[in-house]
Ligand binder design. Sequence first.
Ligand SMILES: *Cc1c(COP(=O)(O)O)cnc(C)c1O
Length: 396
Amino acid sequence: MTEALDDSLNADLAAMAKAGTLKSFRHITGPMDTEVGMAEKAGRILVLSSNNYLGLADHPEVIAAGKAALDKYGAGTASVRFICGTFAIHQEIEQSLARLSRTHAALTYVSCWAANTGLIPAVAGEGDAIVSDALNHASLIDGCRVSKAKRLVYRHSDMDDLRDKLAEVREARRIFIVTDGVFSMEGDLAKLPDIVHLAKRYNASVILDDSHGTGVMGKHGRGTAEHWGVESQIAIITGTLGKALGGAAGGYVAGSEALVKYLSQVSRPQLFSNALPATIAASAKKAIEILEREPERVTRLHELAKTMRHGLKELGFKPLEGDSAIVPIIVGDTAFAIKMSQELLNEGIFITGFGYPVVPEGTARLRIQMCATLTDEQIAFALEKFEVVGKRLGVI
Ligand SMILES: *Cc1c(COP(=O)(O)O)cnc(C)c1O
């Protein structure tokens, strides 16, 4: 039986290899930073595809906070939250997250994946309705799929379509608009002022997943809602600790006290899956403190994104426009994106090519992501290599 299954799986893998869409995995030998060592390649390699937006993954204070929590609390909770797995550090990180999100309360999960798939079916059930952006993150999509609510998908950032879909479900008990803050593959922002306006008109609550916006958008890095000046008008914010906020893992839901109280009672990952490890909670709490203390990191991040976008255009690339720290270049098919990524790696730059099924076939891309601690020299080096590889492959 095992053999038959393995034969079948190997056939599927061979088909992916033949199509040139098989992903390869590089083994990084030290902490995530602007440059890393790699088991497969000698020398230092410039990383332009991590979510380490603020450069906090190996910040000495973030590391020290995690170590201290390991000593204080041990390896983990050995329990879900409600049995005996709620530690003092959970209360502390949740207060920090609520403060950062400008909400009354927050609740952690072991990932934002768990947060989204634990949140949506808990608040949206039979008789309710969810209206969701077509380009939402996979975890939001799965969260919606598990829900018993009526589900409608609106065309990406198309406010007319959102309005039509809301009108269709206006009789529902609870109505939710679900959207990413920063769309991860495009780097564009949800049109929150319009979304909030429609939410008011149709009595809907907005669920905003700001995983790529937290620590990145807004003057103080409080996220996409801060960027648009609509912070008090978003009912529910979800996010990750695995990107700008230290980069380890962990996710959260931020919102009202009633919401957090309710989720603590019924959200399935809260009830049936272990609590966030203390080490991660303490590192992320420190990362938030650094963000609040050093908003200049956010300013620098945006300067770098501008410089990169401008430099790429000067070379003849056509990066997608946007205000986030994500600068995608669409290159067409998946195999080509993987090839370009390999060529860049040969030149000392690590950018993963994304293709099907992460993005639709024909829109494969290189997703460049900025990090606040990149130097001007590193950016110049990257642009030099983009030119070399772009010309070699006939992209520019
Ligand atoms: C990365 C990401 C997630 C998943 O976060 P994890 O904490 O790694 O599970 C969820 N939603 C969005 C929009 C993301 O970009």
